[in-house]
Ligand binder design. Structure first.
Ligand SMILES: Nc1ncnc2c1ncn2[C@@H]1O[C@H](COP(=O)(O)OP(=O)(O)OP(=O)(O)O)[C@@H](O)[C@H]1O
Ligand SMILES: [Mg+2]
Length: 261
């Protein structure tokens, strides 16, 4: 069980200077997963668009201080805040950031200084977002925090996976910047993610969504983080039970093979 493993992760900041790479999607699901698995985490929505709050509640933030998340289970134990001044006292926090060049500096000014124990998750969407990841890595380097790039919205219908392969090569080429790449890409899955966002729930609560590679890869990433992101746990794995039974799953497996096989 993820929650029985003690780990020293205290802060997870999801950031990329580039917009639309999946920061909010990742931040929301990480917070949901960690809380669902019995860990005590808060979610700081540090983006003035409050997209994370919209995702968690299913409607635009209307200025309320106290948010009660809909649904059942441990979800209601999640503390969601927009007030970055509280983070200094917060034991464990997932932060969603805006696509702004000064986002990390603002967090720092608010008392959230990243340190070697902390994790900076940088979603990269195709080739775009790599420049953002590199800038983020340069900016975060003095803090000594771990930087993990996560390929998101990969396109299994692109026969060559060319954008993604280029993305991974470029990231590997800048290893001296200390960027780790999570070895499971999250494919594009518009249908389920759009529904989850509109309904204000995590995507794995949508019926049948967990049969898709995108949702399994997202869960695998969240599980790895819940376990404290052990380096040896960052491995390409087979997510489908048995052999891929749809054309799209087959394409996804092939893409993963080309990326890391
Ligand atoms: N793997 C995916 N497949 C399909 N849609 C996705 C995927 N990941 C994210 N999305 C969708 O893409 C859109 C952009 O994602 P998201 O809002 O998380 O990006 P962001 O980096 O937070 O954007 P911004 O920079 O504006 O804050 C959202 O509608 C989200 O639901
Ligand atoms: Mg966002």
């Amino acid at each position: 069980m993820a929650n029985s493993i003690s780990n020293s992760l205290r802060r997870i900041v999801v950031h990329n200077h580039k917009g639309g790479t999946g920061k909010t999607m990742i931040a929301v699901h990480l917070a949901e997963y960690l809380v669902e698995h019995g860990q005590k985490w808060q979610l700081l929505d540090a983006d003035p668009q409050y997209n994370a709050i919209s995702w968690l509640t299913g409607h635009a933030w209307d200025g309320e201080d106290a948010l009660q998340l809909p649904g059942e289970g441990r979800r209601e134990e999640m503390v969601v805040t927009i007030d970055s001044s509280v983070v200094a006292e917060t034991p464990r926090v997932v932060v969603d950031t805006p696509p702004a060049g000064d986002a990390l500096r603002r967090l720092h000014d608010a008392g959230l200084e990243l340190g070697p124990e902390d994790l900076l998750v940088c979603p990269v969407s195709g080739r775009f977002g790599i420049d953002g990841a590199i800038k983020v890595a340069e900016e975060a380097a003095p803090s000594g925090c771990r930087i993990v790039a996560l390929l998101n919205m990969t396109d299994p219908d692109d026969d060559h996976g060319s954008e993604e392969i280029k993305a991974v090569r470029e990231l590997e080429g800048v290893e001296d910047l200390g960027i780790e790449v999570f070895k499971m890409a999250i494919p594009r899955n518009d249908d389920y993610l759009r529904r989850a966002e509109l309904q204000g729930e995590p995507v794995w609560d949508i019926p049948y969504a967990t049969s898709t590679h995108a949702v399994r890869a997202l869960q695998a990433f969240c599980r790895w983080v819940a376990e404290g992101a052990p380096p040896e746990g960052n491995q390409m794995g087979s997510l489908a039970s048995g052999s891929p039974n749809t054309e799209s799953q087959r394409r996804v497996s092939e893409l993963q093979d080309r990326l890391w096989g």
